[in-house]
Design a protein around this ligand. Structure first.
Ligand SMILES: Nc1ncnc2c1ncn2[C@@H]1O[C@H](COP(=O)(O)OP(=O)(O)O)[C@@H](O)[C@H]1O
Ligand SMILES: [Mg+2]
Length: 249
């Protein structure tokens, strides 16, 4: 049986009187790509922040890579790569310089990091632009640099919060394919959030549908389609599926 990389039990986060995350229980297995699907404000980012130990749950438990985010956030930070919704770089530094800086922060020895940085720049398709200041980069290039940065510490799990937000169609597809290849080639477990149905459908092994803080459905997309819409593979769009849950929500 595959190891559970993420497991949550009744995770809840309440801001004042507003329930941002409502009794969430789900798991992500080793090597899988889990798509966190939901509209703005449905609690995706809050859940991610809890898993990384960046905010505390009001109730409930989580285990991430064997660690408890409330008590062992530092350990989680060491082995989990996180690409936040808004990535910050030093705009007056080049891509290579930014990656060197991150490598140093992660205490990776320079002999090791130099080679790795070149490899990563190649993987994310930025070798050609590695000496350009990041301030001149397009949003798509910045996101790809963000992925390179996330990979520097050889993460076991990568968490990407709306990685394609603000990208055009081509940029989105490139990024999504990159994520898929990384997961398949390096066996990295991926949790990513998105409100773009087609992207999630393209790469996710399983999805969790979030509506107003609740995960109203989870599982392989085909299984959910069969249960909810009574159709087989290819005869539905994820949009139809999503609307069905949303209307009933
Ligand atoms: N720090 C905060 N203080 C108060 N309310 C918050 C805070 N962060 C998020 N929320 C609220 O919690 C809900 C879920 O937000 P969020 O997790 O960012 O959703 P998503 O990432 O799916 O767009 C929203 O209604 C949002 O306004
Ligand atoms: Mg969000």
């Amino acid at each position: 049986m595959k190891e559970e990389i993420i497991k949550t039990d009744g995770l809840t986060k309440i801001y004042g009187r507003h329930v941002a995350v409502d009794n969430l229980s789900f798991e992500v297995n080793e090597g899988e790509i889990f798509g966190f699907l939901g509209p703005n404000g449905s609690g995706k980012t809050t859940t991610i922040l809890i898993l990384l130990g960046l905010t505390y749950p009001t109730k409930g438990d989580a285990i991430v890579c064997g660690f408890n985010p409330i008590r062992e956030a530092v350990k989680i930070k060491r082995i989990v790569g996180y690409l936040p919704e808004h990535v910050g770089f030093y705009d007056d530094m080049t891509a290579r310089e930014n990656l060197k800086f991150t490598a140093r922060l992660n205490r990776i020895p320079e002999e090791e990091s130099d080679k790795k940085i070149e490899e990563l720049l190649e993987i994310v398709g930025l070798s050609e632009f590695s000496d350009k200041k990041v301030g001149t980069y397009s949003r798509g290039m910045r996101q790809r640099l963000g992925i390179a940065e996330v990979l520097i510490k050889d993460p076991k799990l990568v968490v990407l919060d709306e990685p394609t937000l603000g990208l055009d169609l081509e940029g989105s597809i490139q990024l999504i394919e990159l994520i898929k290849n990384l997961s398949k080639e390096k066996g990295i477990t991926v949790l990513f959030s998105s409100h773009h149905l087609n992207e999630v459908q393209r790469i996710a092994d399983r999805i969790g549908i979030m509506i107003q803080g609740k995960m109203v459905a989870k599982g392989p997309i085909e299984t959910l389609a069969k249960e909810k819409l009574g159709v087989d593979k290819g005869e539905y769009t994820l949009e139809e599926l999503y609307l069905k849950y949303f209307q009933e929500g």
